[in-house]
Design a protein around this ligand. Sequence first.
Ligand code: HEM
Ligand SMILES: *[C@@H]1O[C@H](CO)[C@@H](O)[C@H](O)[C@H]1NC(C)=O
Ligand SMILES: *[C@@H]1O[C@H](CO)[C@@H](O)[C@H](O)[C@H]1NC(C)=O
Ligand SMILES: *[C@@H]1O[C@H](CO)[C@@H](O)[C@H](O)[C@H]1NC(C)=O
Length: 592
Amino acid sequence: MAAPGFTPGAFVFLLCINSVANYPSGKVTQSCHGMIPEHGHRPQADPVHHITVSQVTFRPGDQVEVALSGPPFKGFLLEARNAEDLSGVPVGSFTLIDSQMSQLLTCEDIQGSAVSHTSSSKKTEIKVYWNAPSSAPNHIQFLVTVVEKYKIYWVKIPSQIISQPDALPFTTLKATVSPLSTPTPVSRLTKLFSASDCGNKKFCIRSPLSCDPEKEQACVFLSFTKHDHSVMVEMSGPGEGYLSFAFSHDRWMGNDDAYLCINEGQTVHVQPAHFSGRSHPVMDSRDPLEAVAWRLADGVMQCSFRRNITLPGVKNRFDLNTSYYIFLADGTANDGQIYKHSQQPLITYEKHNVTDYPKNIGGSRSSLLLKVHGALMFVAWMTTVSIGVLIARFFRSVWSKAFFLGEAAWFQVHRLLMLTTSVLTCIAFIMPFIYRGGWSWHAGYHPYLGCIVTALAVLQPLLAAFRPPLHDPRRQMFNWTHWSVGTAARIIAVAAMFLGMDLPGLNLPHPWKTYAMIGFVTWHIGTEIVLEIHAYRLSRKVEILDDDRIQILQSLTVAEAEGHAFKKMVLAIYVCGNVTFLIIFLSAINHV
Ligand code: HEM
Ligand SMILES: *[C@@H]1O[C@H](CO)[C@@H](O)[C@H](O)[C@H]1NC(C)=O
Ligand SMILES: *[C@@H]1O[C@H](CO)[C@@H](O)[C@H](O)[C@H]1NC(C)=O
Ligand SMILES: *[C@@H]1O[C@H](CO)[C@@H](O)[C@H](O)[C@H]1NC(C)=O
């Protein structure tokens, strides 16, 4: 299921009901709810296909023959729904008449609750039986999505309504409120949610922590207010797509109790769901939700509902008298279809009991371990290593006569910075392993490059510790190896940083992180080039002076002194720029 580059489970709140209704194979269970083929074209308006039913009244246990016919079509998806709640779950199950042409699907956990095509061959008629369940609602309507070809399709073509014999006629029933099988009444919210009771009467989770839906409306706000045996839930945020939250036993997706508010164009659909794996959500019955209300205005979506703290006998809804991690995610939706969240979901730092003492909390879109990992690696491979290398390469002559603790100053600084790099790398290396509890299988090439870099970072100081004395013939060999290993490590480290920044576990803002990284690399290489040219010109100058044989010694020292001042200035400017880049990255990590 996981695409390469995705972290398994970790924060991957995959809400991807994606490609669908006319997969040639017809295995389109992801489309069960919205019944929309994701073809990127708008559905056709006036249906040319129709559904006929063999009887207009039915009793539980009846088999009703349902036929879909019309001009040749390639794919379809047929479901029966409660006519009073057409966006609810499918009702009853089907029995196939022609298993060559049609197949049963398991939608919303109900086996055989939908029928689809088996291939993209053209057909003009499909017949199946619908089995009325014992708990059938009074009025049933069949809905079918028909795909003529990729760009041409119709969504949710309705059939005539069939009813139980003793049910009130459908039109009158809509007006009178039947106590038994009314769909949850949904009302419009008139005012914005308030954050003023957060931490006092309401348990609030906000992103950012200062989010006040009355003022800055596009921020994400979730609150729980406990009344005797129920909890009132309010959620608001940007209104383009969907907002969702979930209760989870762990920090990974899977087996969670989730709630979605989906922008369906003119209305908001409030939907409980669960995640059986870490894939798309499975929609559940909306019965446990009471007092459902929503508002869609000024680009902001609000939805609220009440549910009992405990729901004995209801599948997939957790008891809210205990603690959970809470996930908050948003993403895009199109015609009621929801897609994977656009950014990592927010996860609370610890488990919380939302029915206990009201708190006011935030969360993070990344784990602290990964943040520390990224931050330490940036310090090591952007800053300490770069400065350490520049000093060894260009500042030997500048600081060769200054001694510090018995060694040349340049050497002491170089050694200190390089050891820091190695130590930081080793510490940071462990973090993702602790976080993941093993190898990061879905993090692409980053972990492999990371291991090479870490290995070289450990090897390098070991080699250096056993370096041959200055005039030993093997010293040349050492210098070469030392330079190659170090340069290789730095190049691979830059690649690892580029890839690491893109991992979902620590998703830094796009595309700017790429520009910043390119900026840093350019800044560093530019500095090296400047210093290299300077060193070359200095050596030319010395040669010319040498040729002229005039006051060689004196001129040489003057030229050198000037050169040293220039180099020191370049170093100072370089360090400022380098640290600026570092701060940019560290603060980006701090903000995810
Ligand atoms: C040269 C520097 C770096 C080295 C040597 C390095 C090394 C590693 C290694 C070995 C792993 C895999 C650990 C495992 O399999 O559990 C890893 C994972 C990771 N690294 Fe790095 N890394 C570096 C820089 C970065 C940077 C700069 C970032 C982000 C800004 C980053 C983000 C991550 C993330 C998010 C993971 C976890 C992937 C996951 O399991 O979800 N790394 N790194
Ligand atoms: C919630 O609890 C009340 C009583 O505590 C009960 O009457 C009601 O039916 C419950 N609602 C649901 C949806 O279970
Ligand atoms: C929560 O409620 C359920 C059902 O009433 C009960 O079985 C469970 O023990 C309760 N848990 C806690 C922590 O109170
Ligand atoms: C959560 O809070 C409720 C209400 O205060 C309390 O009854 C329940 O025991 C708490 N659960 C846990 C696990 O602390």
